[in-house]
Design a protein. Structure first.
Length: 79
């Protein structure tokens, strides 16, 4: 993906709202912000979870108000 040091540190917040499936997801790579869900997507696992979960394809949902030592975010700048 052209990304580095992504796996195993903390679950990373994504802009996308949580959905039970990818049916209806945008196909242009943009964030999926439509829907009624109060949960946001977390990706990548953390040091506290099993190694097989420390990859970008692993996702879960959590309330946007959730806080703990296993959740963080990545600052990115588009060019």
């Amino acid at each position: 993906f052209g990304l580095y040091d992504m796996h195993g540190n903390v679950w990373e917040w994504c802009e996308d709202k949580w959905h039970d499936s990818y049916n209806g997801a945008p196909t242009d790579g943009s964030a999926w912000t439509a829907g009624n869900s109060e949960s946001r997507v977390l990706r990548g696992g953390s040091w506290h979870y099993f190694p097989q979960n420390c990859r970008s394809a692993v996702a879960t949902g959590a309330s946007s108000g959730s806080r703990d030592r296993f959740i963080g975010f990545r600052v990115a700048v588009g060019t």
